[in-house]
Design a protein around this ligand. Sequence first.
Ligand code: ADP
Ligand code: MG
Length: 357
Amino acid sequence: MNMQNEKKPIIICENLVKIYKVVDLEVVALQGLDLIVERGEMLGIVGTSGSGKSTLMNTLGGLDRPSAGRVLVDGIDLLSLSDQAMNQYQRSKVGFVWQQTSRNLIPYLTAQENVELPMTMALVTDRRARREWSEWLLNEVGLYDRKEHKLSQLSGGQQQRVAIAVALANKPVLLLGDEPTGEVDSVTAQSIMDTFRKLREDMDLTVIIVTHDPRIAEQVDRVVAIRDGKISTETIRQVSQLEQVMAHPSGDEAGQAAGEVLAEKLQEQVSFQEFVVLDSAGRLQIPKELREQLGIGKRARLELGDNSIIIRPVEGQGDDKPKHLSIEEQIGLLFAQETGPQDKAGSVKRLKGSRGK
Ligand code: ADP
Ligand code: MG
């Protein structure tokens, strides 16, 4: 990997459009989606069912071709690839973990045989290299001592961890998880998330995870919400100054200890900041619920307020008692609607390591 490459985002999606045609019906699954993902980032994707999350993942994974727009992964323009080059891309650049654990796995093979299979398919003929690498991976996912077990002898959570090892068999740069914790209990879900984080560090991966679970969404660097095939909001983990001090402590031991105590206190206040995403033309999405609540139809008034932009319904169009919300209030509402009513102000664990190193 050259230096120039290292600084560039690993993923660039511009105005991505995907239209599925079923008989004479057209479904627009992605409607001009823009997304940039930095190298080494751990990104969460949330959104209601049918919003286009899997379509985006399948596009990034080279399983699906977009109808229009631009998508670059690790410098490769996915729209320009031949079928053969696309197969090669799928096999070498990305690892995929699905909600259905069984999708990548063969039940009558052992854990290790499962991990070695993609290597065999990628023509890694050196048996010893295959064995050593599969053992390293199984150790990373905490299943070294189960390597001889048949898949059917492993629990759901263990099978999912084998699936992660399988996804990484060919040393991809990008790991995609489409609701990988969707079918396991919360303790197992946590251990799977820990595994993703560990692998991100140890293998210099970029990780994207689709999830419904807000607790899991809190463990990534950034969460983007997809609404109707477009990114509508994004939530970025706030790194406090003291956390940064923790990451780069001075040599002074006493100062370091004091810093640790303070940082620990502060961690409880570390929060996520949510933003509405504007596309390159300055468009933003106002959720349907919000528009309905305010009686906003096809038109609205835009006014410059005190350090804010106010979007007002046009009088005589729907609701006779229009409520005026500032952008800040709207952002608050957006978050509440994306992630449900659960408490988001609670403590957030500090993630180990920092990105962009
Ligand atoms: P999500 O993963 O967020 O639930 P999807 O990306 O699976 O959403 O789907 C987005 C939209 O595209 C939905 O309306 C869905 O019905 C449609 N869609 C997805 N895959 C196909 C397909 N293979 N053929 C036709 N329509 C599809
Ligand atoms: Mg899906």
